[in-house]
Design a protein around this ligand. Structure first.
Ligand code: FE2
Length: 462
């Protein structure tokens, strides 16, 4: 590189600009015959090259293409096309176009292709290359190579290939240099059309700038596509994992439903066993429980209860009087009505029912509903004397259905009072004894005729 600095200075200090306005004597000194105009054949060539530049894609090697195009105008000279990185003040050979003998000799002496050889130059040399004119490089190959190739080797190559003058011109735009084209002639040859060469290099500069921008854009696009592909792959994996999790959750839910279903079946079986016990002992009560359940569930549905809530009411309803198994049968079937003492025994049945069912684990508060089915809104019910919101809504529905069924049915101690009398009772007690909303729904249900109790053989005591 020590000798390279000398060469850089020579390029800027001693070289002369060669152009159409070069005087005859200057041109002669520089080896040119000088041309004021570009031959028409060269103009056609430049036009066709311009068209080819337009078609050039970022994938094609524009450096090689420029080198080949320039060589066609130079009578088999060697063309060296380099890129220039302004940030690092660095030239790098991108294409080396010459005949086979020229290329082989360079490779033989360098031990490698000249493509990839890099060098740096002085600011003065860089400025000279941005003038838009061909510059004759003073000295020989050694100076041209900025000392990157040993001097003895340069001389041997020059001798072997009979090299002549070397000319160079930068690819530049608005003072910015982004590459160079160099023409290494053979001894005894001259540049036939330097103006055409300058025009082609200027044309190449525009194409190279566009090509570099497109290539940078394409590389950015490629990187973006890689990122998108990677992200898509990540998302696909995440989606797959999510789908697997959803499938697993569905499977778990299905198993849970099956388990819940089996549990409910078991609950239902338990309840039905209790119902049968009650039926065996007291068929009146069993029938009463079924009919109360029908009405209570119909009211609940009318009140837009969920099927789950209706199920709870159904289970509570069909055994709501299960506690009566501790009430002597003769009291339940007493045709003469109940004494105060007997009635106080009957009033123990909600607590007895609660105690029987409280130990069984239901998904709903079945025991509590049964415990509260004789409570009244104003606190006048039994066994706890609960009032208003303290009474479960299911128990409030059961209470209304219980009263309506009991009054409309036959009792051992009285004939059936009829549905009208039963409705009259709940309307009178609406908001006082019975939940107002439940009463309204029950009255509407029965008035519309959309509900009918099942046919019954005998009635039971409430
Ligand atoms: Fe009851």
């Amino acid at each position: 590189m020590k000798n390279g600095n000398r060469a850089k200075e020579q390029l800027t200090g001693d070289s002369k600009l060669l152009n159409r306005r070069t005087t005859h004597s200057e041109a002669s000194e520089s080896g040119y015959t000088g041309e004021e105009t570009i031959p028409s054949s060269d103009i056609l060539y430049l036009a066709s090259t311009a068209l080819r530049f337009v078609e050039l894609t970022p994938e094609e090697d524009i450096y090689q293409f420029i080198g080949e195009q320039l060589q066609k105008l130079t009578d088999s000279s060697i063309i060296v096309i380099s890129s220039f990185d302004e940030a690092f003040n660095n030239f790098c050979v991108r294409s080396f176009v010459g005949n086979t003998g020229d290329r082989d000799t360079f490779i033989e002496f360098l031990g490698r292709s000249p493509v990839g050889v890099a060098a740096s130059i002085s600011d003065k040399a860089r400025i000279a290359l941005t003038k838009g004119k061909l510059v004759k490089v003073p000295g020989g190959l050694y100076e041209f190579a900025f000392g990157e190739i040993p001097e003895a080797i340069c001389h041997e190559i020059e001798r072997r290939l009979a090299l002549g003058d070397i000319y160079s011109m930068g690819f530049s735009c608005k003072g910015n240099l982004f590459g160079t084209a160099a023409i290494i002639t053979h001894r005894g040859t001259k540049l036939a059309s330097p103006s055409a060469l300058e025009a082609l290099i200027s044309q190449s500069a525009v194409a190279l700038q566009r090509w570099q921008a497109e290539r940078a854009l394409q590389q950015a696009n490629d990187q973006l596509e890689i990122k998108i592909a990677k992200r898509t792959e990540e998302l696909t994996k995440a989606n797959k994992k999510l789908k697997a999790e959803v499938a697993e959750r569905k499977q778990t839910e299905k198993k849970l439903k099956q388990t819940t279903g089996k549990l409910l079946e078991s609950v239902e079986t338990t309840i039905q066993a209790m119902v049968r016990i009650v039926e065996k002992r007291d068929p009146y009560t069993a029938g009463h429980q079924r009919r109360v359940t029908q009405l209570a569930c119909a009211i609940a549905r009318r009140m837009n209860y969920s099927e789950d809530q209706v199920n709870a009411l159904h289970l509570a309803g069909i055994i709501h009087d299960v506690g009566k198994i501790q009430v002597p049968a003769e009291i339940l079937a007493n045709p003469d009505g109940l004494s105060e003492a007997e009635f106080s025994i009957v009033k123990t049945h909600p607590l007895a029912g609660y105690e029987i069912l409280n130990t069984i684990e239901f998904p709903w508060p079945i025991a509590k509903i049964i415990y509260q089915h004789h409570e009244r809104m104003n606190g006048s019910g039994y066994p706890l004397g609960l009032s208003g919101e303290d009474i479960l809504l299911e128990a409030r529905i059961l209470a209304v259905a219980d009263v309506v069924e009991a009054m409309s049915s036959h009792r051992p101690y009285r004939p059936a009072l009829g549905i009208d009398k039963a409705l009259e009772e709940i309307i009178q007690g609406k908001g006082i004894l019975y939940d107002a909303d439940v009463v309204d729904n029950c009255v509407n249900l029965l008035s519309e005729g959309s509900f009918k109790f099942e046919q019954k053989a005998k009635s039971a005591v409430s």
